[in-house]
Ligand binder design. Structure first.
Ligand SMILES: C[S@@+](CC[C@H](N)C(=O)[O-])C[C@H]1O[C@@H](n2cnc3c(N)ncnc32)[C@H](O)[C@@H]1O
Length: 312
């Protein structure tokens, strides 16, 4: 394991790789399929930024009981999926809601079958979390597998998607167009989308690591035109090209990754954002370093997105 100081300033992917990457190709984790990823980028570090009641407030229960459907893309061995599930069922005091059974159902997918098998075996909530092996970039199997899950609930889209520390791996392996398409699919599949993009320094670290291992560079690394401030780039693609709107930036993790919540403009037109969340996010804005929350403030989000576009 890397020295703690190096982990704090460096990139978690690099730290994870130093702990014996799992083998798909000798010595590599070419998709970010690290076997113990959560040891380096802990679920708690992300959860502490997210209000536990977030989903209950975004999707208030109506008289018809229908579960909130979540899609976790790039779930690895499921540690974060399970932690998100527990977190969103809990109250502020950490207690689990008593009437929570059946409230949330997640479909969690990963390209690495070994990680998915581990996730299935270790999942404490097998009725609520379904793990499948899926290369999300394979459109055909993506459509079949996701639809078969959604059909069970008579639905055609997910309420919320989670895309946590995955965008870089899609980008490195599929190039600019691949990243653009990936975000297009996600935005068409989910009303809300929570994204944790890896910053550009992680791209350099990943490229350095494959070089150190004597492996070929990522096909696309040198030709990527989408680069630099990756959080801003992802905001730009989702809001300008894919009809989403930035709702909130929940701040940054210790690893310098922002947690960004988007929703489709269609959702914006039909569902107002709950007042309580607006208040919560205003409060957060007051206590958070403004430098790290350039796009925060839900009630002025249109203005903020406009400003963001003007700056980028
Ligand atoms: C760095 S890990 C992040 C794991 C987890 N989301 C988290 O934040 O703790 C990235 C995950 O994305 C998965 N992944 C990469 N490309 C993928 C693809 N095309 N389809 C599905 N999963 C993919 C990798 O196998 C890996 O488990």
């Amino acid at each position: 394991m890397a020295a703690p100081t190096e982990q704090v300033v460096g990139c978690v992917e690099e730290a994870a790789a130093e702990e014996k990457p799992r083998i798909l190709e000798p010595g590599a984790a070419p998709f970010g399929n690290f076997p113990h990823y959560s040891r380096f980028h802990s679920p708690e570090e992300r959860l502490r930024l997210l209000p536990p009641e977030l989903l209950r407030q975004l999707f208030p229960r109506s008289s018809e009981t229908r579960p909130i459907l979540g899609l976790d893309v790039g779930c690895n061995s499921g540690d974060l999926s399970v932690a998100l599930y527990k977190h969103f069922l809990s109250q502020r005091d950490g207690e689990t809601c008593s009437d929570a059974t059946g409230e949330l159902c997640f479909l969690c997918c990963d390209i690495d079958p070994v990680l998915v098998e581990r996730a299935k075996k270790e999942c404490p909530f097998p009725d609520a979390l379904t793990f499948i092996t899926l290369d999300f970039m394979n459109q055909k199997s993506q459509k079949v597998l996701l639809n078969s899950f959604l059909n069970q609930f008579g639905r055609s889209v997910f309420d919320i998607g989670f895309c946590m520390s995955v965008t870089m791996w899609i980008h490195l392996n599929h190039g600019d167009h691949g990243l653009w398409e990936f975000l297009a699919h996600l935005s068409s599949l989910c009303h809300y989308l929570l994204v944790e993009p890896q910053p550009w320094k992680c791209y350099r670290a990943a490229a350095r690591r494959v070089r150190k291992l004597g492996l070929n560079d990522f096909d696309h690394f040198h030709s990527l035109a989408i680069r630099g401030d990756m959080a801003s780039q992802i905001v730009r693609i989702l809001t300008q090209d894919h009809g989403m709107e930035l709702v909130c930036c929940f701040g940054n993790t210790n690893w310098d990754r922002s947690l960004l919540l988007f929703r489709t403009k269609q959702t914006t037109e039909t569902q107002p954002i709950p007042e309580s969340l607006i208040e919560e996010w205003k409060r957060k804005e007051e206590v958070t370093n403004l430098e790290t929350v350039r796009w925060e403030s839900i009630d002025t989000n249109k203005e903020v997105v406009k400003r963001f576009h003007a700056e980028s």
